[in-house]
Design a protein around this ligand. Structure first.
Ligand code: FES
Length: 123
């Protein structure tokens, strides 16, 4: 399987946290994944993988439980219908106004890695 953001070279596990295996993500669906107390929503669309924070910025409901709109790269909150861009995290429709956090990903072999902010880094 070819993944658009697939990387080659050194194993990124030394700098990146493993998120899941590629096979755990269904094309066109959001999957909730937790790393420690961080709740994430991972989506595979057209051979690219998008990871955003899973909690809606309007009222903390899980976005992975709502519909994914693969055609326009958005995820919709099932509770009140706010839509967010999977690429930028931007809140595109009310009632949400604050963006989601987004996380860069790399695929190495069958594994998906995520770049998390380092603790103590205020940037
Ligand atoms: S909780 Fe998501 S739009 Fe209200």
């Amino acid at each position: 399987m070819a993944i658009a953001n697939q990387q080659s070279g050194p194993n990124p596990a030394k700098e990146w946290e493993m998120l899941c295996r590629v096979s755990e993500l269904k094309n066109g669906e959001a999957t909730r994944i937790e790393i420690g107390d961080l709740k994430l929503s991972a989506s595979k669309i057209n051979e690219s993988i998008y990871v955003v924070s899973d909690m809606c910025t309007h009222a903390n409901y899980s976005l992975s439980d709502g519909p994914l709109h693969a055609g326009n790269l958005t995820i919709e909150c099932w509770k009140h219908g706010a839509q967010f861009c999977l690429s930028t995290g931007a809140a595109l429709t009310l009632p949400a106004t604050k963006p989601l956090d987004t996380f860069p990903t790399k695929v190495y072999g069958e594994n998906v890695y995520i770049n998390l902010p380092r603790k103590g880094n205020n940037e």
